[in-house]
Write a protein that binds this ligand. Structure first.
Ligand SMILES: Nc1ncnc2c1ncn2[C@@H]1O[C@H](COP(=O)(O)OP(=O)(O)OP(=O)(O)O)[C@@H](O)[C@H]1O
Ligand SMILES: [Mg+2]
Length: 416
């Protein structure tokens, strides 16, 4: 059953903070308010200035409250940054009663077993995601409860983050009067809003190219098998343009958005743009081909980095659904062609879906993470605690609390 009532997602990005408020009636999710404020307190996805971040958060939350006429008391919040680390681990237990099927307690124990890794003191676990269960050697089971067997194995994807950046982000959100319901790794949230079940089954790489980071998640056989956060985003493109065309950063950003394309072949020769004057300099013309070549170089490099992630995940040739791009930079014309050329796979831009209302506002790929946060744990298949346990806590007992919730949900499943 989907949760009913009011829900909210807050995407604290490097360039913007987006708060999306929704209402769910069990059948679908209706967006009822959006608040977007410029973000000045983050660098590459991580809070570096608490006061600035709180200011941006407050503006964004207030705007969303004003547009929805509702008070935002709790929200799912996204987390990213290069401090995020991911790994795969296995768990194994003997089924507790030989003559009875696998029960919720066995699943809980096997997840505990997969979770038992040495977490460094400065890190904490954000997610433990079961990728598939094996009962007595029969692999690929998504729901082992009720099956007969002696031995239960699980393969899990684990996501860790550094304690400090996590605490700073949570502190900022709480200081604007909002409780963090779930802290969600951003590419996982983005996947909720952009990927289809078929794509996850066939194998797909998702890249959310924001301002400061590119958040990556790779899915195979329906589950996530690799996540990464790359310190490259649209801000670096603007930086390159500023250096390459000798203009201030704000002019470079404007040029990129108004005239930039990722594929120089889209531009006719002698297509020039007049660069506004700055400082003592007169207005001057710059070539759109030059602009496109600067963008192309960085986007091609980024696609090569994505290729490296595919190799790291051991997924070469296995992602038949190809690449899905989201984030503000996905708006660059020609980015799909450049990506397809480097990665040799199908590419599409992932506009957020799965919600009704305010589609013109949140329909842009820049809102994929925010919409995914809104959708987190509300969709019908969103009894996600059975397949994904969020370990974030600001108190030491959160694992127990979340495990209790997971057990409760599992009990419900067993009863059905
Ligand atoms: N039409 C466009 N063409 C090219 N780039 C664009 C366009 N619109 C937005 N961008 C770029 O997208 C980036 C912002 O994307 P987004 O809003 O997804 O980032 P963010 O979530 O704030 O940052 P991050 O996810 O990295 O923390 C900026 O670099 C911006 O210049
Ligand atoms: Mg983002």
């Amino acid at each position: 059953m989907a949760r009913e009532g009011l829900i909210a997602g807050i995407d604290v990005g490097t360039t913007k903070v987006a708060t999306i408020v929704g209402r769910t009636d069990g059948a679908g999710v209706q967006v009822v308010g959006v608040g977007v404020a410029p973000s000045n307190g983050l660098r590459k996805g991580v809070v570096v200035n608490l006061d600035e971040t709180v200011r941006s958060l407050r503006d964004s939350v207030r705007l969303a409250e004003r547009s929805s006429g509702l008070r935002v008391r709790e929200a799912n919040v996204g987390i990213t940054g290069t401090h995020i680390q991911s790994l795969n681990n296995k768990g194994l237990v003997a089924v507790s009663h030989r003559d009875k099927p696998v029960n919720a307690n066995d699943v809980q124990r096997v997840l505990e077993s997969a979770r038992s890794i040495a977490v460094p003191q400065d890190k904490q676990m954000l997610h433990l995601i079961p990728r598939g269960y094996t009962v007595d050697g029969h692999r690929g089971i998504t729901e082992p409860v009720g099956m007969h067997g002696f031995r239960l194995d699980v393969e899990a994807h684990i996501i860790l983050g550094e304690v400090r950046p996590i605490e700073n982000l949570v502190k900022c959100v709480q200081s604007v009067g909002v409780e963090v319901r779930s802290l969600v790794l951003e590419p996982l949230a983005t996947a909720e809003a952009t990927l289809t079940t078929d794509e996850r089954e066939m194998g797909v790489i998702l890249a959310d190219i924001g301002g400061g980071t590119t958040d990556v998640a790779i899915f195979r056989d329906g589950g996530v098998c690799h996540t990464a956060v790359l310190p490259v985003g649209g801000n670096l493109l603007s930086n390159d343009i500023s250096v390459g065309l000798h203009c201030p950063l704000n002019a470079a950003e404007e040029l990129k958005i108004k005239w930039g394309v990722a594929d120089p072949e889209m531009i006719k020769a002698h297509d020039d743009i007049v660069l506004p004057s700055f400082g003592a300099e007169q207005t001057r013309k710059v070539s759109r081909v030059d602009l496109a070549e600067i963008i192309n170089a960085r986007i091609s490099e980024l696609m090569e980095m994505l290729d490296t992630e595919v190799q790291r995940a051991g997924c070469q040739g296995l992602l038949s659904a190809g690449l899905v791009i989201s984030g503000g930079t996905a708006n660059l014309p020609g980015i799909e062609a450049v990506a397809a050329d480097v990665l040799k796979m199908p590419v599409r831009v992932g506009e957020p879906r799965g919600v009704q209302g305010l589609a013109d506002t949140v329909g842009n790929p820049a809102f994929a993470t925010g919409v995914g946060l809104l959708l987190w744990n509300v969709q019908p298949e969103g009894d996600k605690e059975t397949r994904m346990i969020n370990h974030w806590s600001h108190s030491g007992s959160a694992w127990e609390r979340l495990a209790r919730r997971a057990r409760w949900r599992l009990k419900e499943l067993v009863r059905r």
